[in-house]
Ligand binder design. Structure first.
Ligand SMILES: NC(=O)c1ccc[n+]([C@@H]2O[C@H](COP(=O)([O-])OP(=O)(O)OC[C@H]3O[C@@H](n4cnc5c(N)ncnc54)[C@H](O)[C@@H]3O)[C@@H](O)[C@H]2O)c1
Length: 370
């Protein structure tokens, strides 16, 4: 009997360029989606999880194509998934990562980086095998983007551009941040450093609120002590999701996907939503924000700081060069996005998509068609 074959992804003019299924070793399966390489070799993370699906990897690869193009990077978008339970002790999976690296050795148009379930140690093993990976330990020339807060810094650069356009006044602006990890902590530090008032922060366990503004340094010390934000004595502990509906100038989702949906988007009382997380709002929620006059800066523009840093690392750049590139690109992109939204009356997501696809079409014109 013939085995049944079903395609669980779709293709359009942008990609995918290739979808490769791999069996690097027994009881380990992997998929690599190289979505689009018009701008250069695809950069995208390696997601290691027992639940990762081909459809999810395809969607994430497309998001990387758009994010890298919008950021003006000489890289296409890709992503890979490894079907394997993360190790119990959190140690890098050396044998598995080396086997995965060998299996992708010939896929020279894909440059792997860390993602859920993998870290810089994993990337060091991949690099040792095939000489190709980003997100490396600093001893190997890596720029530790989470430790340095590349994405949080980039988000603050977007806010600078909004302030320059008089769309927000940073002095005393009320800021609410969902998620207090690599992205959330650094956006809080950067915005507080610019004179904003961080009034509420949440993590997976709870939230803390103080209308007069939280003492950010003391809050970070609580985090460094391994405690949840709700244990911070300098504010009132509240239910985790209550802070999402507070009146504020700036709301930064920096945790998981699909936080805002058509069921709750009308409850948001922020002037600006800055997408630190990937896809924190559904398309319906983004339409509701737009209709209500809430400016929602999409992930593919706003949270590109991390991948800009990774691309600079790949090009052999320094930390200072990486941060200068983040500032320049995110400032310019936010200003262009705002112009397009007001000139064309389109949703920010459409404007961001048009910026990315325009660059992809121009680059595709330089590729061999025969
Ligand atoms: N790290 C980067 O450079 C980067 C770049 C682009 C996008 N992102 C996206 O940003 C998001 C955060 O990434 P990160 O690197 O900071 O992750 P992280 O694991 O360092 O931090 C996540 C934080 O969110 C909190 N959290 C989880 N569920 C929550 C909930 N329901 N409510 C409130 N808080 C919750 C966790 O407690 C933790 O504080 C993810 O969606 C990630 O894909 C990260």
């Amino acid at each position: 009997m013939q085995p049944e074959i079903r395609a669980a992804w779709y293709a359009d003019e942008l990609g995918p360029a290739k979808v490769v299924f791999l069996r690097p070793m027994p009881r380990m399966a992997a998929v690599v989606v190289v979505d689009n390489v018009a701008l250069g070799p695809a950069i995208g993370g390696v997601r290691l999880s027992p639940a990762v699906s081909v459809a999810e990897v395809s969607r994430l690869a497309r998001a990387m194509t758009l994010k890298n193009a919008a950021a003006g990077l000489p890289h296409g978008g890709g992503k890979s998934g490894i079907y394997l339970a993360p190790s119990m002790d959190g140690a890098p999976r050396e044998r598995e990562m080396r086997a995965f690296a060998r299996a992708i050795e010939q896929l020279t148009d894909y440059i792997p980086g860390p993602d859920m379930g993998t870290d810089e140690g994993c990337m060091a093993f991949v690099h040792d095998e095939i000489g190709r990976a980003v997100g490396l330990p600093s001893v190997l020339g890596g720029i530790p983007l989470d430790e340095l807060g590349a994405t949080g810094y980039g988000l603050a650069c977007c806010v600078d551009a909004l302030a320059a356009d008089k769309l927000i006044d940073l002095a005393g602006a009320r800021v609410v941040v969902q998620g207090f990890g690599a992205v959330g902590t650094h956006v809080v530090m950067n915005l507080a450093g610019r004179g904003a008032r961080v009034i509420a922060v949440s993590d997976a366990e709870g939230a803390v609120h103080r209308e007069e503004g939280l003492d950010v340094e003391a809050l970070l010390a609580t985090k460094r002590a391994g405690k949840p934000v709700s244990a911070f004595p300098g504010g009132r502990a509240v239910d985790r999701d209550d802070i999402l509906w507070l009146e504020c100038e700036l709301l930064v989702p920096a945790a998981g996907p699909d936080v805002f949906t058509e069921r709750n988007a009308s409850r948001v009382q922020a002037k600006v939503v800055l997408q630190g997380a990937n896809i924190p709002a559904t398309p319906e929620a983004e339409r509701i924000f737009h209709k209500r006059g809430v400016l929602c800066l999409p992930d593919i523009i706003a949270n590109a700081g991390g991948v800009i840093c990774a691309a600079m690392e790949y090009a052999g750049g320094t930390r200072a060069q990486a941060f200068a590139a983040i500032e320049e690109k995110l400032h310019a992109n936010t200003a262009e996005l705002v112009d397009r939204v007001s000139a064309d009356g389109v949703l920010p997501r459409q404007a961001a998509g048009a910026m990315a696809v325009g660059r992809l079409h121009t680059a595709a014109g330089y590729r061999r068609h025969f």
